[in-house]
Design a protein around this ligand. Sequence first.
Ligand code: ZN
Length: 142
Amino acid sequence: MGEPFLVGLPQGDDLLAAVTRSFDERSIRKGAFSVIGLLKKAVLGCFDPETHEYTNREFVGHLEIASCSGNISEKDGEVFAHCHLVLANKEFQCIGGHLMPGSVIFVAELYGTPVPGPVPVRLFDESRGLYLWPAASPERQS
Ligand code: ZN
């Protein structure tokens, strides 16, 4: 299953891709993580439950990763990272949202941990327009 790990992610890498790769190369397909550090650019998304679409916004400048957490599961047979973050600018104001591709690392320190048990698989949920884990039925919860 693997061990919890701490790793610095490469400067200039895409944050979402680097997090995903960190789990994939350790063969961890079910996990949780947090990241602190600094981004040079961020792309954040906000999902609209009416239109079933993300609105994305790009932020440029040095942005402290005040909080970044997420989970690792499987989608289409691949390791998939779902990640939300809060960023603070030089005026100490915060923005936040769903991490999208295109966010560029200046510094990123990842704490990742595997989670035991069956790997959740994301499947498309027509009513909500998202790839989601199947909801646990009461008899399956431990
Ligand atoms: Zn999200």
